[in-house]
Design a protein around this ligand. Structure first.
Ligand code: F0G
Length: 457
């Protein structure tokens, strides 16, 4: 008999989660103005809002927490992390920051000027926010295949070289750098192939442009390269990661993802001058260059997490759990971004609730329905998150309208996944009865989805 797949860890500590009834949830979500970010976590049973900072640290990471050096300057924890960053990514220069968007803030303070154009593959919302906040523009150069959820393509995070070259041709002087997000969150946790990274490097060299990797889920990207790309089958995850990073000039990292910690980030750089310039902003926004908003214990846990997060057995367990949920949903006929991504399942809300007008926020409607059904919290990656056009102030309706079910690392079992899948199936079976979506009551100027207040349309 063939042995079934099983997790590469066992559980040493547990946390109670609370079930609720539909009546309670109806009241809670109404009070939260139909915004799942406004719920209290105790009002949630299974929390798939994000895989960011929600993972379970290992015994080794917790042990390292006790060894943190809390010196203001020159802490041994800084050097421990610096060494791990160099070993895993190859970057000589590094600045710790409190999380990924802080790394973006510091690096972009040096690199992005008004009227600049930053091409990339479906920029993450904070990345785009930090570009647009500086009155610059993010231009999406993702391959067209990514926008057809039914299409099976192994690297839907890839940059379309034609689209990128067009931007470089037309506005070369305005482009400070190209940003490549690995894996690409916005298109569904989809990986970028090594061949594509190599080609982007060649193109960037022809136009003398820097490349920055948004590396939050770089290890999951390396895993997909190993299992999907010819020539990488026998390479280790760390060898693949090192090659990936060799094509970048700098990187921003949210350690809350693939470094499996609850808080942290950093910038990796090759150029000492860039490091010098970024250091000034790091001191201003984050903290001195040897701690950057992190305590020594945090840096220790990240250092260990970078190694654990790049172990094949861990990654296989992780990505296969996401796939397990995805396959269940596929077997129920539920439309989702194919193939299933690295950190979550991205349900195609446009096809799921096809009779609901986009102006009523299909993915948000589905997210609220799922919460009401069983207390599962997903997140909208659609028109609410897309914000308004900074110039026209019109709502932007993206091609893809997703309900994202992001799976925290090493936290839930497949029984939890079964419950999530059954909940969505129940909604899918009565999808034609879902005829009322939402309208906006109150919204912020930028990144409105976090705080938006909604009412029934
Ligand atoms: N880049 C990517 C690709 C991300 O997914 C995120 C965060 C960031 C940058 C910013 O990092 O949160 O540490 O400041 N993504 C989370 C998510 C919030 O839910 O996908 P951060």
């Amino acid at each position: 008999m063939e042995l079934p797949f099983a997790e590469s860890y066992k559980i040493k500590m547990v946390e109670t989660i609370r079930k609720s009834n539909r009546e309670e949830r109806e009241q809670w979500i109404r009070e939260a103005k139909y915004n799942l970010f406004r719920l209290k976590s105790e009002q949630v049973f299974i929390d798939l809002l994000t895989d960011s900072g929600t993972g379970a640290m290992s015994d080794k990471q917790w042990a390292e927490m006790l060894l943190g050096d809390e010196s203001y300057a020159g802490a041994s924890s800084f050097y421990k992390l610096k060494e791990a960053v160099k070993d895993i990514t190859g970057f000589d220069y590094f600045l710790p920051t409190h999380q990924g968007r802080a790394a973006e803030n510091v690096l972009f303070s040096v690199l992005v000027k008004e009227e600049n154009i930053v091409p990339g593959n479906s920029h993450f919302d904070t990345t785009k926010g930090h570009i647009e906040f500086r009155k610059a523009f993010a231009v999406d150069c993702t391959i067209d295949e990514a926008f057809d959820t039914t299409l099976l393509h192994p690297f839907k995070g890839n940059v379309d070289l034609g689209k990128l070259e067009e931007v470089l041709n037309k506005d070369c002087d305005k482009v400070p750098f190209i940003i490549v997000t690995i894996t690409c969150n916005s298109s569904g946790g989809q990986p970028v192939s090594m061949e594509n990274l190599r080609s982007v490097r060649k193109l960037a060299d022809r136009y003398h442009k820097l490349i920055v990797f948004d590396s939050a889920r770089f290890a999951e990207n390396a895993y997909f390269i190993k299992i999907r790309e010819k020539g990488y089958e026998t390479k280790t995850i760390r060898e693949i990661a090192r090659e990936m990073f060799s094509y970048a000039d700098a990187m921003t990292m949210s350690c809350k993802k693939d470094a499996i910690v609850n808080m942290g980030g950093f910038i990796g750089m090759r150029d000492p001058l860039l490091f010098e310039q970024a250091s000034v902003f790091n001191i201003m926004f984050e903290g001195y260059i040897t701690y950057g908003g992190l305590s020594g214990r945090d840096m220790n846990a990240i250092a260990i997490g970078l190694y654990e997060g790049t172990e094949f057995d861990y990654l296989e367990t992780r990505v296969r759990q996401v796939e397990y949920l995805g396959n269940k949903l596929i077997s129920y006929g539920i439309p989702l971004q194919l193939p299933v991504g690295g950190h979550g399942v991205f349900v195609d809300a446009k096809r799921f609730l096809s009779n609901l007008p986009k102006e009523q926020f299909q993915a948000q409607t589905l997210a609220v329905q799922l919460y009401l059904e069983s207390g599962v919290r997903g997140v909208e990656i659609g028109a609410l998150l897309a914000d308004r056009d900074p110039v026209t102030r019109e709502n932007r309706y993206p091609v893809l309208e997703f309900l994202r079910l992001a799976i925290p690392r090493r936290v839930y079992t497949n029984n939890h996944m079964d419950l999530v899948a059954a909940s969505l199936k129940n909604i899918f079976d009565r999808r034609n009865d879902v005829t009322q979506g939402f309208k906006i009551l109150k919204e912020a100027n930028i990144m409105r989805h976090f705080t938006v207040e909604l009412d029934l349309a």
